[in-house]
Design a protein around this ligand. Structure first.
Ligand code: IPE
Ligand code: IPE
Ligand code: MG
Length: 249
């Protein structure tokens, strides 16, 4: 398993990998520790997968870090996650610079505490000219929020006659999503053995390949990441066509 990276076809890497990073709480519980301990250790997996993506030459990595629904967690846990976000950005900015990584966010970031918004904006600004991996953090994100938000903004632009199209196309609508300019994910990974999407990128994963692993997020390392990509490389993406059509291309 150690040499799994050598089995990867470097000419056929996914352009965009998205991850639902789940299982921090259960990981901590299994060690008799607090959920916060799990979240803190989850940051190591974020660093590892981010570095691995940058090294491989993957263009986009989107990480589901905090969902709209996560606002319903106990206030103590929310505060821990917000502080962790600020301290991680501060600490990891070096990693982003060293690896030529550009940071972006998607989601309703205006609902985040001002301090978090400030740190994020600073890091986004500092890394804005980087040309390697784009790391997209989904924060206060949910797909239904994003879709309704897009419809409202589009509606406003129609009323103000900024948009005069009679017909709304997929392409036009996509421009109003917080993921505008980001290609759809080729691969969506979810850790922790849950088989659900939890309101993540519903529009964008229309044709993504799904990969579920029982590993809890703090245990997920670069080899697990390579394993997921290797799995993807052994699938046939048909996009509605027949196998013969794909092979004769
Ligand atoms: C994922 O781990 C991190 C966030 C959702 C912020 P969880 O906190 O959901 O951990 P489990 O699923 O309870 O184990
Ligand atoms: C999904 O994980 C959200 C993030 C990973 C940020 P959850 O743990 O919140 O999802 P559910 O509630 O189990 O579906
Ligand atoms: Mg969870």
């Amino acid at each position: 398993m150690d040499n799994i990276i050598n089995k990867l076809d470097k000419q056929n890497l996914p352009c965009h990998v998205a991850i639902i990073m789940d299982g921090n709480g259960r990981w901590a519980k299994s060690l008799g520790k607090s959920r916060s301990f799990g979240h803190k250790n989850g940051v190591n997996s974020v660093r590892e997968v981010t570095e691995a993506s940058a090294e491989l030459g993957i263009k986009y990595l989107t990480l589901y870090a905090f969902s709209t629904e996560n606002w319903n967690r106990p206030i103590f846990e929310i505060n821990t996650l917000m502080s962790l976000l600020v301290s991680s950005i501060n600490k990891e900015i070096k990693t982003l610079i060293k690896n030529n990584i550009r940071l972006l966010t998607i989601g309703n970031t205006e609902s985040l505490p001002k301090k978090v918004q400030k740190e994020l904006l600073k890091a986004i600004e500092i890394t804005s000219k980087h040309t390697g991996l784009t790391l997209v953090l989904a924060l206060s994100y949910s797909s239904r929020w994003e879709i309704i938000n897009a419809i409202n903004k589009l509606n406003q632009d129609i009323k103000n006659e900024i948009v005069t199209n009679d017909i709304i196309t997929e392409e036009l609508f996509s421009k109003y999503l917080t993921t505008h300019d980001i290609p759809d994910p080729d691969l969506l990974i979810r850790t922790s053995g849950e088989y659900r999407i939890s309101n993540f990128l519903l529009w964008q994963i229309a044709y993504s390949e799904l990969y579920f692993t029982k590993k809890l997020w703090p245990d997920f390392n670069r080899n697990d990441f390579y394993e997921a990509i290797f799995d993807l490389q052994n699938r046939e993406r048909r996009f509605g066509q027949t196998s013969e059509q794909i092979r004769n291309k």
